[in-house]
Design a protein around this ligand. Structure first.
Ligand SMILES: CC(C)(COP(=O)(O)OP(=O)(O)OC[C@H]1O[C@@H](n2cnc3c(N)ncnc32)[C@H](O)[C@@H]1OP(=O)(O)O)[C@@H](O)C(=O)NCCC(=O)NCCS
Length: 179
């Protein structure tokens, strides 16, 4: 599972599966890569998070080629927490070499489908206000800003960063995205 093998996979080969405890070591490694300047989640912490009622996640991967004995390549994951008719995105991370190919969009689309099936109508999240790629992703996927939490995150350097609070009504249709 080299960075090069992640790059070689075609964008339309992305598959989405439920994030289970067995995948948590892989997901933990992607999380560490995605949040270099923040505390990252260990596999055990991720398993504990998935154990909470209403929690679930999805993993994106590019299928390997059995004829060439190539293993599947994990590309990214999302972890969610639903409570009654609301849900929160706890995290979404895509491996560096797999970014800008629609992996996060596919993860969010699968997540929205699952939430709608279970009667959830509203999704919330917090995102650091200096995280331009994530803010762009969420806006692209129909989220709007509803608030700001001052100095919500503390980087490993000690720097404090505001969080934007964003929401998306799952009943609304977003033109151009087709979720
Ligand atoms: C944010 C993140 C998950 C996006 O994943 P991704 O798979 O690259 O996103 P996608 O390819 O699905 O992008 C979908 C849309 O989001 C927007 N977007 C995503 N990354 C962007 C970037 N770096 N710059 C500008 N817009 C971006 C674009 O509108 C993009 O559509 P386009 O490719 O047609 O322009 C990824 O950059 C990441 O893992 N970052 C580190 C972890 C992180 O910050 N997670 C969010 C925590 S709140």
């Amino acid at each position: 599972m080299t960075p090069a093998s992640r790059q070689q996979k075609p964008a339309d080969g992305i598959e989405i599966v439920p994030l289970t405890a067995a995948f948590c070591p892989l997901a933990s490694a992607i999380h560490a890569e995605g949040f270099e300047d923040q505390d990252h989640w260990s596999a055990d912490e991720m398993i504990a998070l998935l154990d909470v009622p209403g929690a679930f996640g999805f993993l994106a991967f590019a299928p390997g080629n059995p004829a060439e004995n190539r293993l599947d390549t994990p590309l990214g994951f999302i972890q969610m927490q639903a409570v009654l008719d609301e849900a929160e995105i706890n995290t979404i991370v895509v491996a560096k070499e797999a970014r800008k190919r629609g992996v996060a969009r596919k993860l969010l689309s699968a997540t929205f489908d699952r939430l709608r099936e279970t009667g959830v109508g509203r999704v919330l999240l917090e995102v650091a206000d200096d995280n331009a790629p994530a803010i762009a992703l969420y806006r692209y996927c129909g989220f709007t800003e509803i608030g700001r939490r001052k100095k919500y995150y503390r980087r490993q350097s000690g720097r404090q960063v505001d969080a934007l609070v964003m929401e998306r009504d799952l009943g609304s249709c977003v033109l151009g995205w087709g979720d």
